[in-house]
Design a protein around this ligand. Structure first.
Ligand SMILES: Cc1cc2nc3c(=O)[nH]c(=O)nc-3n(C[C@H](O)[C@H](O)[C@H](O)COP(=O)(O)OP(=O)(O)OC[C@H]3O[C@@H](n4cnc5c(N)ncnc54)[C@H](O)[C@@H]3O)c2cc1C
Length: 542
């Protein structure tokens, strides 16, 4: 088929498929639909470059928590052997370079429309076409619509009264200026101690005159132990690319390590301590793989939680600060478990203050600082490390309407409802990559993304081979899947983290529903495979 027109035009652009987003997911989906199926496709991207998360998140210390040798595409062993990572955990700039390398190698950019934010997508039932409209007033018409809008791409700036009066500068970490922010000699107030705040605090503290961290929810963190990769390890990755790929496909959450087949509760305390100590020294997310029962049994989890809390108290010298940092109200890894480089050590610096906003909430931002119930803290810069309207946010920000004009926001009023995280009943030919109800954020995401993209591509290929025009999730399959997602979460300790963004709890008014599928990527992959083997069970093809 011919290539689609790429210049801006007032005329609607007709395509086979539109992909929204050009991060890991959008790039791979564009490649598969265009180069494997030969469709005319265009990816529409709000940013003026590719990369998604790694385009936007340029805050000090922005880095991946997945290890570099598993945080990439695995669909091509050639690409895996060609690219070389420099560190155990790649930083933002290196990941962005990697994605540009892939996009250039596969000649993807010519089919991406940048600075093009999609505002609406309406399904025309009679014509079986999606009409996709953009902020710039353009219209794209396509049979297939694939959202690759990311799970963490809608920045959440909390509505704190007075922000508009603030005379200094403020930034959200997920919309960090490309030219950087001059922090040197400034008093910085940072709100939020999730994964991002934990990465940013040590780097900001090293530059700022003073850093005041406002903590509402204390958090666990394990040392990352980042290091430059040795020549031997780089060679190991090249020699074992196939095996690395196979491992990520076989592990519960798409990581390169396996969960140890032993229970914390059955392990004698001294032995358990030795295991945790070794995991702490090795560093990284692998800490949570120390025992099989860690995310299932509260008793088991308490052993990990107690270990980390005692580490916090041993690192942080001021006992009051240590107490606030270790006053953690949720099981370990029930929220996204951060890893860090000198996070707790940062509180031993004379230029860092911790403010407990659980005890004395933030009331207002004044012209010159942040005011809590107890005091006012003067700052020149406010950094919102307050995360995202996760998973549903980027989808609901668009006006998506299916059959009969029904709006996605109405269908999801009480929380996301879909089948396999891939399709919503009433929205034919709309696919959501790593949508709520899929393992997504509980995984090493490139692996979850590849699985979704491959499934969607195979599905469209199948439809074309069979002469089918529409695919749509059946309402009863959605019912069953929503139950399955809830039950999978209930089998774990994950829902016990009451302030977790997995539950939507960070966004006022958002329904409290555990959004990702917690049954693991292996099981999920099997379910998706079985659905296809049973002739797309749960979907109506017509
Ligand atoms: C700070 C940070 C650290 C992370 N660390 C890890 C990690 O260690 N391991 C891991 O597995 N994952 C991590 N993640 C998750 C990360 O988002 C994924 O790994 C991956 O980058 C997601 O790719 P994506 O293409 O699905 O989404 P994104 O990278 O978010 O890309 C989505 C794109 O869609 C665009 N878009 C959204 N809405 C519209 C619209 N309406 N119109 C046009 N364009 C739109 C956005 O501009 C964006 O470019 C991290 C996320 C953050 C924020």
């Amino acid at each position: 088929m011919s290539s689609p027109p790429t210049g801006r035009t007032d005329e609607p652009v007709e395509l086979d498929a539109v992909v929204i987003g050009a991060g890991f997911a959008g790039l791979y989906q564009l490649f598969r639909l265009r180069d494997r199926l030969g469709l005319t496709v265009m990816a529409l991207e709000a940013a003026d470059g590719i990369g998604g998360t790694w385009f936007w998140n340029r805050y000090p210390g922005a880095r991946c928590d997945s290890e570099s040798h598993v945080y990439w595409y695995t669909f091509s062993l050639e690409l895996m052997r060609e690219w070389e990572w420099s560190e155990r955990y790649p930083g933002q700039a290196e990941i962005l370079r990697y994605l540009n390398f892939v996009a250039d190698k596969l000649a993807l950019k010519r089919d991406i429309r940048f600075r093009t934010r999609v505002t609406s997508a309406h399904y025309d039932e009679a014509a079986n076409r999606w009409h996709v409209r953009t902020e710039t007033g353009e219209t794209f018409i396509a049979k297939y619509l694939v959202t690759a809008v990311g799970c963490l791409s809608t920045a959440n700036v909390p509505a704190i009264p007075g922000l508009e009066m603030f005379k200094g500068d403020w930034y959200h970490t997920g919309q960090w200026p490309h030219e950087g922010v001059d922090i040197a000699g400034k008093r910085v107030g940072m709100i939020g101690t999730g994964s991002t705040g934990i990465q940013a605090a040590p780097v900001i503290a090293a530059q700022a005159k003073h850093l005041t961290v406002f903590q509402r929810t204390a958090n666990y963190s394990v040392p990352a132990r980042n290091v430059p990769l040795t020549a031997d390890f780089k060679q190991y990755v090249k020699d074992n690319a196939g095996e690395i790929r196979a491992t990520t496909h076989q592990t519960y959450n798409g990581m390169g390590f396996r969960v140890e087949e032993r229970n914390a509760v059955d392990t004698p305390p001294e032995e358990r301590e030795r295991i945790y100590e070794a995991a702490w020294e090795r560093g990284g997310l692998q800490f949570r793989a120390s025992f099989e029962d860690m995310l299932i049994s509260k008793q088991a989890n308490d052993t990990a939680a107690d270990f980390i809390k005692s580490k916090i108290r041993s690192i942080v010298k001021d006992p009051k600060t240590a107490a606030v940092l270790s006053d953690i109200d949720h099981p370990y890894a029930a929220k996204r478990p951060p890893i860090d480089t000198n996070y707790f050590e940062t509180y031993n610096r004379p230029n860092v203050t911790l403010v407990d906003v659980k005890a004395a909430p933030i009331r207002q931002i004044s012209e010159t600082g942040i005011r809590t119930d107890e005091a006012e803290y003067p700052v020149d810069i406010i950094v919102f490390a307050t995360g995202f309207d996760a998973m549903t946010g980027p989808l609901l920000r668009m006006d998506i309407r299916g059959r009969g004009g029904i709006a996605l926001k109405d269908v999801w009023e009480a929380g996301p409802r879909n089948y396999l995280g891939l399709q919503v009943a009433g929205f034919p030919n709309l696919f959501t990559i790593t949508g709520p109800g899929s393992p997504s954020v509980l995984c090493n995401m490139p692996v979850a993304i590849e699985q979704h993209v491959d499934w969607i591509t195979d599905c469209i290929d199948h439809m074309r081979a069979k002469g089918r025009e529409r695919i749509e999730a059946r309402a009863e399959a959605v019912e069953k899947w929503v139950t399955e997602v809830n039950e999978a979460a209930a089998r774990t300790l994950l829902p016990l983290a009451k302030h977790s963004w997995y539950l939507g709890a960070n966004i006022p008014g958002k329904p409290r529903v555990f959004m990702p599928y917690a049954g693991g990527l292996v099981r999920y992959r099997e379910i998706c495979h079985d659905v296809v083997a049973r002739d797309y069970e749960g979907f109506a093809l017509s």
